[in-house]
Ligand binder design. Structure first.
Ligand code: ATP
Ligand code: F6P
Length: 480
């Protein structure tokens, strides 16, 4: 394991200078590397302080940005190795057997994380209480010895109501209390917290470390010695996010004239069917909000007329974001997939080879789209109420991928049908999805470059997918 890996700090920085519209095969986004060490975010805090929730949100955000990130949860190792039904006494610092067992589990989990770092992981999140100085010092020494930078992320709650709510919201559903009586489960969990509380110590400057402290769900945030690009991203994400459940509505624009002709990009108008969808969308929003006595959501569109026309019957102001414009297909704007394959076969081939990173000559790649959407994501995170985003195929794919925890690699292939509203509701540990296909027919066949391949190419891809599924299956079996 080489400790000082020259990892990519910002994995895909925008690189607009690197392309020339006349050499399509040279258009792959360049990926300059920055000298950045690998990073471990070490969670700190008593039970039911939201550590797992925060860890999962950060994992989703950092992976979406292209930092290879994984959470290593010591509690899962305990459940896997000793079963989920350990009583509170197991966590008693006076119980020598329990102390030894917990240390072994923590080490096992740490070993796996170190191995993962050596296999190319960039940001590891070590999710455990790590509530004593001695434990933190051991964790820090181990990680620094293998060249991984450490950032402690502590969640502190002085408000007992927050803790009570967290226990009821998440712990009662935990495998630890699957068959337990709810009242007994709450009292057992509170006993567990008390046992940890007796020996817990907050992170101090004398520990000579970078840290972030989040107090009472973000009412206060304390930062110490924050270094580097990834840590800056983490701070700005935490400053913008909150834990209130709310819904995000996503939709592509109604059918446009170019959807019918199969042309890429441009700024076409809606067809009659697209305008009918705009009416239906307004009725849907009316039924979801006004009829239920709720305030209308914020409505965000791109600057292109097909999205603006799609929201024109919703009786509220809308914000037009340039960042929500469709992927720029550069010299292929206005062409169909078939004419690209015919006239610019090298472009079609190169994009097919790496659809995520391939940048259209004079245009953008999916990675470029994700990069420019980051401020939109932070702004949605900051909002406490619902938001309706009406945009385009590639853009909705990228936003959906963020909320549903899909990897960058999956993003360009997510199926986002026309005339369908996606409602994503944020919850502790992830979002729930519901689809509302509104009853307006469209002629558009949801063409993708893949569906325009020759039948031989389609057969070849189906074969590749089977191999990937088999590999994933094997991987899953190994983990389980
Ligand atoms: P344990 O140590 O038992 O695993 P934990 O600290 O990991 O507990 P979680 O399981 O993440 O706690 O608790 C989830 C709950 O925490 C959710 O209800 C979520 O809304 C809430 N939560 C999320 N962020 C915070 C925060 N910064 N402070 C307090 N609670 C939070
Ligand atoms: O076809 C509609 C469209 O929004 C085009 O304007 C855009 O180029 C395309 O979808 C993006 O999809 P893909 O990345 O699969 O080509």
């Amino acid at each position: 394991f080489s400790p000082l890996v020259d990892a990519v700090d910002h994995p895909h920085p925008p690189d607009h200078a690197s392309h020339s519209p006349h050499h399509p095969t040279q258009m792959r986004a360049q990926q300059p590397t920055f000298n950045t060490k690998k990073l471990c975010i070490v969670m700190v805090g008593l039970p039911a302080r939201g550590k797992t929730h925060i860890a999962q949100c950060l994992q989703r955000y950092l992976n979406w940005l292209g930092f290879k990130t994984a959470v290593f949860n010591v509690g899962n190792y305990r459940r896997m190795m000793l079963g989920g039904n350990q009583p509170a006494d197991f966590f008693d610092p006076e119980n020598q057997q329990g102390v030894r067992a917990r240390m072994e589990l923590a080490v096992e989990c740490m070993n796996d994380m170190v191995e993962w770092f050596s296999n190319g992981g960039l940001v590891g999140i070590y999710d455990a209480t790590n509530s004593t100085k001695i434990r933190r010092s051991m964790v820090k020494t181990r990680l620094e010895n293998v060249g991984v930078r450490v950032l402690f992320l502590e969640s502190l709650c002085t408000d007992p109501n927050i803790v009570e709510k967290n226990i009821i919201e998440t712990k009662l559903r935990s495998p630890d209390y699957r068959h337990a009586d709810p009242e007994e489960a709450v009292s057992d969990f509170k006993k567990r917290i008390e046992l940890y509380n007796n020996s817990s110590e907050t992170v101090e400057d004398s520990e000579n470390t970078s840290y972030i402290k989040i107090v009472n769900v973000g009412r206060q945030m304390i930062l110490n010695d924050i270094q580097g690009f990834a840590q800056g991203k983490i701070v700005s994400f935490l400053l913008n996010s909150h834990i209130m459940a709310r819904s995000i509505y996503l939709s592509r624009h109604g059918e446009s004239e170019w959807n019918v002709t199969g042309q890429l990009g441009g700024d076409p108008k809606l067809t009659d069917r697209g305008r009918a969808y705009a009416q239906c969308l307004s009725k849907f929003i009316d039924a979801e909000f006004t009829k239920k006595g709720k305030e209308l959501p914020l409505v965000w569109t791109s600057q292109l007329q097909r999205t603006r026309q799609t929201v024109e019957h919703i009786p509220t102001m809308n914000v037009r974001w340039r960042a929500l414009n469709e992927i720029d297909a550069g010299i292929c704007e206005g062409m169909t997939y078939e004419s690209v394959a015919d006239k610019l076969p090298q472009v079609a081939r190169a994009r097919k080879h790496d659809k995520l990173k391939y940048r259209y000559p004079g245009g953008e790649s999916y990675v470029d789209v994700i990069t420019r959407l980051e401020p939109v994501i932070l702004e949605v995170e900051r909002q406490r109420g619902p938001v309706l985003i009406v945009a385009h195929n590639a853009v909705i794919r990228a936003i959906y991928a963020y909320f549903m925890g899909k990897s960058q690699e999956e993003c360009p292939y997510i199926d986002i049908p026309l005339h369908t509203v996606f409602r994503l509701t944020t919850r502790a540990y992830g979002a729930e999805e519901q689809l509302f296909p509104l009853e307006v027919a469209h002629t558009y066949q949801n063409k993708t470059p893949e569906s325009c391949d020759s039948s031989d190419e389609q057969a070849e891809r189906a074969n590749d997918n089977t191999v990937t599924q088999l590999e994933n299956g094997l991987h899953d079996t190994k983990i389980g």
